[in-house]
Design a protein around this ligand. Structure first.
Ligand SMILES: Nc1ncnc2c1ncn2[C@@H]1O[C@H](COP(=O)(O)O)[C@@H](O)[C@H]1O
Length: 177
């Protein structure tokens, strides 16, 4: 798969180990000539992975809501910018433009994006999967909660239809290819 949608933290106040992991993923994407589709902000892990993709020869597409532009938070790493009105159409466009979606560690913005994609898949809008990159066990508790929902019958299909988990960069590479 070539076009990888990435959801990840816009925060600078997180442990540097997460930045190192984001950089490694971006380096691999650049070296393998992948295209990054993401929210286009110059913040946190978002800027880190975009910088690495660009540095190592990949393409960077930012899907940027007008509010982000007004606030001057647009990354200088973008090869292409897609303008959106708001966060909702940004999520739809990132989903449409990507072959697969990956969730790196993030906060409510990342979770909002992940659940938007999974919820849309669950009612048949698309068949794209999310991969949780479970760096340092970041998503363990969320994954446990999702398993509980499934066990109790709150999933229409097995959740494995909608998401997978990569524990390491090698596993992530294998799932994306
Ligand atoms: N204010 C924001 N700036 C950039 N990106 C944002 C913002 N709010 C949501 N996003 C999207 O969600 C995640 C980052 O949010 P976190 O709460 O830090 O996880 C990112 O994928 C953006 O596309």
């Amino acid at each position: 798969m070539k076009k990888i949608g990435i959801f990840c933290s816009a925060s600078e106040n997180i442990d540097k180990m997460y930045f190192e992991s984001a950089r490694q993923i971006g380096k691999w994407m650049g070296e393998s000539n992948k295209t990054l589709i993401y929210g286009g902000a110059n913040l946190g892990l978002m800027e880190c992975i975009a910088g690495a993709v660009k540095e190592y020869g990949g393409t960077v597409i930012g899907v940027v809501p007008s509010k982000l532009e007004e606030n001057g938070k647009v990354s200088k790493c973008l090869d292409q910018m897609i303008h959106t009105q708001n966060l909702s159409d940004r999520k739809d466009i990132i989903t449409e433009e990507s072959d697969i979606l990956v969730a790196l560690p993030g906060g409510v913005g990342t979770l909002d994006e992940v659940f938007h994609v999974i919820a849309a898949a669950s009612i048949g809008y698309h068949q794209k999967k999310v991969i949780f990159y479970n760096d340092y066990g970041f998503y363990n508790e969320l994954l446990k909660t999702l398993s509980t929902l499934e066990e109790k019958g709150f999933a229409r299909q097995p959740f494995s239809s909608y998401y997978e988990v990569a524990e390491t960069l090698d596993e992530l590479k294998e799932k994306i290819k």
